[in-house]
Design a protein around this ligand. Structure first.
Ligand code: ATP
Length: 414
């Protein structure tokens, strides 16, 4: 066991969290055995300094990242997945928490908004490539220097001053996803965007750098935002700063006016991150290039095309009509619409989701056959009519259904 003077630890590092401290010390010792310095980097350092819990750890090593990850997984009883191309890996521990492992690196941006080329480098060079000063700190884990904070960009001062600040003037041009990240961190932490950073961000938006990103990278950022408790305030800021226009929309086309009120209703109704993301998609010009799942595309589309159904639903007098109107709509879209629609349409969607969608007939195809109906399209039609009868309360028991079925068959024969 390597002794570590606790006075090395800066204020805010939760030494009282002894499990995490032991884990960090072990990680540092494993690094030393393999001949590399090790660091906790980025988000977890920021969060620990703020006194926030950070279940997942981001660890950077100056060499041997693959061997290091494998050894960590072996000694802690986890699984290790390595991505050679990115020199990164993830150890998943038995309690499902993660230790993300990266090789310290420099990044060079050949053109704005494209992924950078990456080369191994020292920790200081690694911190220069990061997005904001508050995310550009490291906590050394190497035993003889355990607990030393490396803070070349004054991230600690910005944490105390509640500021999100980029490291250099080309930051948003090199990587416009940082526009989304800047807003996400500022809102999440309740920080200001430092004035020069705000100016640079706004210039990147005016110059439409976000439009150079692939849809995949933009949607990744939007998914992260949808998973945040303050998603509404974040989207408000994106709208206010015209980020959606800069990322997707032709000049002059704004976000639909109902976006924010709708989102507020969804958040208030505790819509899940997946539903919030589908709703956002429904307000964007979704193209074939969007890397989204078929169900997400269909659900966003259904939310958009609900208008004509709304009017028919409001007029529906029978529950079977409600059923027939709503059955073709994907369930995630209905969950969104249930929170957005008011009046009769909203009540009927809630009735569908809460009751009607699980109603079944008691008799089955086998019963129809026993009654002498040959298999074919009439099967489906007959079962549909039986289902409508049950939905409208005209049948309640299996006997009611059999009687109705006989009547229908007699009518067909005559
Ligand atoms: P969260 O709490 O949301 O997980 P995080 O800071 O851990 O925040 P990640 O997206 O996991 O964020 O990234 C880890 C670290 O990698 C960041 O803290 C930052 O130092 C660096 N980083 C991530 N994305 C970028 C980027 N686009 N440009 C520069 N540095 C980045």
């Amino acid at each position: 066991m390597v002794s570590r003077p606790s006075s090395n630890l800066p204020p805010g590092i939760p030494v009282e969290n002894s499990n995490q401290r032991q884990l960090l010390e072990l990680i540092g010792r494993i690094g030393m055995r393999l001949g590399t310095r090790t660091f906790l980097v980025g988000g977890p350092v920021r969060d620990m300094m703020l006194g926030h819990a950070s279940p997942d750890l981001d660890v950077a090593v100056e060499s041997s990242s693959r061997r290091f990850g494998r050894t960590i997984a072996h000694e802690l009883g986890g699984r290790f997945l390595y991505h050679r191309r990115f020199m990164t890996g993830t150890v998943t521990l038995s309690d499902s928490s993660h230790v993300d492992i990266t090789q310290t690196r420099t990044e060079e941006y050949p053109r704005p908004a494209v992924l950078p080329s990456v080369k191994p480098a020292t920790i200081d060079e690694d911190l220069v490539r990061r997005d904001f000063t508050i995310n550009a700190m490291a906590l050394e884990l190497t035993p003889r220097a355990f607990g030393r904070i490396i803070d070349p960009h004054s991230g600690r001062a910005d944490l105390s001053g509640h500021l999100v600040r980029v490291l250099h003037d080309r930051s948003f041009v090199d990587d416009p996803t940082r526009v989304f990240r800047c807003i996400r961190f500022a809102v999440r932490l309740g920080f200001e965007i430092e004035p020069r950073t705000l100016e640079l961000m706004r210039q990147a938006i005016v110059d439409r750098y976000p439009a150079l990103l692939t849809p995949e990278r933009i949607l990744y950022e939007l998914r992260l935002i949808c998973a945040e408790p303050l998603v509404l305030q974040m989207v408000e800021a994106l709208v206010r700063e015209k980020v959606f226009e800069a990322a997707f929309l032709p000049d002059g086309d704004g976000q639909p006016g109902h976006l924010l009120p709708d989102l507020a209703r969804l958040v208030q109704g505790r819509a899940t991150p997946d539903l919030l993301f589908i709703y956002l998609l429904s307000t964007l010009p979704v193209s074939e290039r969007f890397p989204i799942r078929r169900e997400e595309r269909d659900a966003a589309d259904a939310v958009n095309r609900f208008g004509p159904t709304r009017a028919r639903l409001a007029r529906a007098r029978r529950r079977s009509t409600t059923y027939r109107l709503l059955r073709p709509i994907p369930e995630p879209a209905l969950r969104i619409l249930a929170l957005l629609e008011s009046g009769a349409a909203g009540a009927r969607i809630a009735d569908y989701l809460g009751n009607l969608c699980s109603v079944k007939t008691e008799i089955t195809g086998r019963d129809l056959r026993a009654l002498g109906l040959e298999p074919g399209p009439r099967y489906r039609q007959t079962l549909d009519r039986l289902l409508c009868a049950r939905l409208d309360g005209r049948t309640r028991t299996r006997e009611d259904e059999l009687a109705l079925c006989r009547r229908l068959l007699r009518r067909v024969k005559s």
